[in-house]
Ligand binder design. Structure first.
Ligand code: TYM
Length: 332
C-alpha cells in the first residue's frame, strides 16, 4: 500500500480563534484525515514574539486544542500537539536561522505589519519567526501545508530555505507545497473590509470569534460595513464589504457567487446580512458548544496533547538527527 502523504499546519494561540482562521484553515483540515497523515499544532512559541499575558496564553492554547477537536479533528486520526512540547522545533529553528538570509526575513510582510503594530517590541524572535516556521514544517517532511493566503509568503520562504539546505547537503528535506482554499482564504474584517479579520483586531465588531454566542454573531453581521448601491454582487475592488460577506456565505453554504447573486437579486442588504449571519451560526454554533464541553474535560485534553507530542517528537527527532549529522555536529 502506498504511504499516505503528509500534511501539517499550525495556528498561534495569540487570541480567540476567529471565523477567518476557521474558514481559511481549520474547516478544510477536518476532511483531510482519511487521505493524509495530518499534524496540527498550537504555535505557542511563535505567539511570544508579541508580549503575552501568561495566564491568557495557557488558556488560549487549551481552548484552541478543544476547538480543533470540536471542528472535527479527531485525535485518533490526526496528531494534535503543542509546539513547545516538542523541543526539536526550537533546535531546528536555530539551525535554519543560519540558512535564512537577513534580506529574506526583512521582506516578510507579517514582520513589517507586526513591527509597525508593536513598535516598542521589535525583538529578534519577531524577525526570525519565519525560520522557526520553516523548522515547524520541515521537521515532519510534509507534502502540503494548508494555510490562508497571508501565510503563503512564509511557506514560500520555507521552500527556499529547504532548497538551499538540500543543495548543500543532499536531499534532507521534502520541499512542501502551500495548500490554499478556493474560498475563505482571506476573510476580511466586517468593520473595515479592506483589512484581514484578525485575532488581534482592536475593533471587536470587525471580528467574529468561534466563541461568540448566536446573538453576538448576528449583531456583528447586521452591522457589517457594505456600500450604498444595495446590490449583492461580487466585486472585491469596488464592493469589498459585500464581496467579503458573499465569500463567507459561500464558504459556509457551498453556494457559488452566481447562485448567491441570483438568490438575493432585488433584495436589500438587510436580508442578505441576516442570511449570512444565519449561515455562520449554523456553521460555528455547534463547534462553540462542543468546544465548551470538551474544555471541561481536562484529563482528556491532557491525554490528547501528551500522545500528540510523543508521536510528533518521534518524527521530528528523525529529521533533526539527520540535519545534525549533515552539518557536522558530533553525535552523542
Ligand atoms: P495565524 O495564527 O495567524 O493563522 C492561522 C491560520 O489561519 C489563517 N487565517 C486566515 N485565513 C483566512 N482569512 C483570515 N482572515 C485569516 N486569519 C488567519 C492563516 O493563514 C493560517 O493558516 N505563522 C502562522 C502559524 C504557524 C504555522 C506554522 C502555519 C506557525 N508555524 C507552520 C503553518 C505551518 C500564523 O501566524 O498563523
Amino acid at each position: 500500500m502506498d504511504e499516505k502523504k503528509v500534511l501539517l499546519s499550525g495556528i498561534q494561540p495569540s487570541g480567540d480563534l476567529t471565523l477567518g482562521s476557521y474558514l481559511g484553515a481549520i474547516k478544510n483540515w477536518a476532511e483531510l484525515a482519511d487521505q493524509f497523515d495530518c499534524y496540527y499544532f498550537m504555535a505557542d512559541m511563535h505567539t511570544i514574539t508579541v508580549r503575552q499575558n501568561p495566564a491568557d496564553l495557557r488558556r488560549h492554547t487549551l481552548e484552541q486544542l478543544a476547538q480543533y477537536i470540536a471542528c472535527g479533528l479527531d485525535p485518533e486520526k490526526n496528531t494534535l500537539f503543542i509546539q513547545s512540547h516538542v523541543h526539536q522545533h526550537a533546535e531546528l529553528g536555530w539551525v535554519l536561522q543560519c540558512y535564512t538570509m537577513f534580506g529574506e526575513l526583512s521582506r516578510m510582510t507579517q514582520f513589517k505589519d507586526k513591527s509597525a503594530k508593536n513598535a516598542d517590541n521589535i525583538n529578534g524572535g519577531l524577525f526570525a519567526y519565519p525560520s522557526l516556521m520553516a523548522a515547524d514544517i520541515l521537521l515532519y517532511q510534509p507534502d502540503f501545508v494548508p494555510v490562508g493566503q497571508d501565510q503563503k509568503q512564509h511557506v514560500e520562504l520555507t521552500r527556499d530555505v529547504a532548497n538551499r539546505f538540500n543543495s548543500i547537503y543532499g536531499n534532507v528535506f521534502k520541499v512542501p507545497e502551500p495548500y490554499i482554499p478556493k474560498v475563505g482564504a482571506r476573510v476580511m474584517s466586517l468593520a473595515s473590509p479592506t483589512s484581514k479579520m484578525s485575532k488581534s483586531d482592536t475593533d471587536p465588531n470587525g471580528c467574529v470569534y468561534l466563541k461568540d454566542d448566536n446573538d453576538t454573531i448576528m449583531r456583528k453581521f447586521r452591522r457589517a460595513v457594505t456600500d450604498c448601491d444595495a446590490e449583492v454582487r461580487f466585486d472585491r475592488e469596488n464592493k469589498p464589504g459585500v464581496s467579503n460577506l458573499m465569500e463567507i456565505y459561500s464558504a459556509c453554504t457551498g453556494k457559488s457567487f452566481e447562485e448567491i447573486q441570483k438568490d438575493f437579486d432585488g433584495k436589500g442588504y438587510g436580508d442578505f446580512k441576516t442570511a449570512v449571519g444565519e449561515a455562520v451560526i449554523s456553521a460555528i454554533g455547534p463547534i462553540r458548544d462542543e468546544a465548551q464541553r470538551i474544555l471541561k474535560d481536562k484529563a482528556y485534553l491532557e491525554g490528547v496533547y501528551h500522545a500528540g507530542a510523543e508521536k510528533a517528537a518521534y518524527i521530528a527527532n528523525k529529521t533533526l538527527r539527520k540535519v545534525y549529522k549533515k552539518i557536522g555536529f558530533v553525535q552523542r
